[in-house]
Design a protein around this ligand. Structure first.
Ligand SMILES: [Mg+2]
Length: 174
């Protein structure tokens, strides 16, 4: 069986909507995902980097993120044909471990704990494919990177792109 590694934030879990909502509420702004095309919120508002980080360092931030549409059905289906590993760069936010683990158990109960990998540098991951919204993880990855569209990466052209889980399904199960 070939092996697919899958990132969590902005691939399985809708990170940006909650992050934007918290920022807009606290700073009385009305930024939308359109404002984030080609950049991350911390690049759009560099003076607020500290506050933007603090949201993510809250232990519960990741616990109630919305599930990306179609991800549950497609990952379940993929798991019948591929070995699936969830690979999240959780070391960047160690306070997130418990919330991320509980979130996976709640929304993806069919995945074994043995297939969840909290990592730092993803180049250690030995898989045939990595589905991720951050192209930086592909540079030293030995398999094929599949870029999952997120507002910040719309201008990235170096990798195969999937815009949603329907397209992931078409790529792997055609
Ligand atoms: Mg991500």
């Amino acid at each position: 069986m070939k092996r697919i590694a899958i990132d969590m934030d902005e691939v399985m879990a809708d990170f940006v909507t909650k992050h934007l909502y918290l920022y807009n509420s606290d700073f009385n702004e009305s930024l939308t995902k359109k404002d984030l095309l080609g950049k991350k919120l911390r690049h759009l508002r560099p003076g607020r980097e500290k506050e933007l980080m603090e949201y993510i360092d809250e232990p519960d931030f990741f616990r109630d993120l919305e599930v990306m549409e179609g991800s549950q059905e497609v990952i379940r289906e993929l798991s019948e044909h591929y070995e699936i590993f969830i690979t999240t760069a959780a070391m960047e936010h160690p306070a997130s471990f418990t919330a991320k683990y509980e979130w996976l158990n709640e929304h993806f109960p069919f995945l074994s704990d043995m297939n969840i990998v909290f990592c730092g540098d993803k180049s250690i991951i030995h898989a045939d494919y990595l589905i991720d919204d951050n192209a930086r993880h592909f540079r030293r990855f030995t398999g094929q990177g599949i870029l999952f569209t997120s507002p910040h990466n719309v201008n990235e052209t170096d990798y195969v792109r999937v815009n949603n889980w329907k397209e992931v399904r078409e790529f792997f199960l055609k």
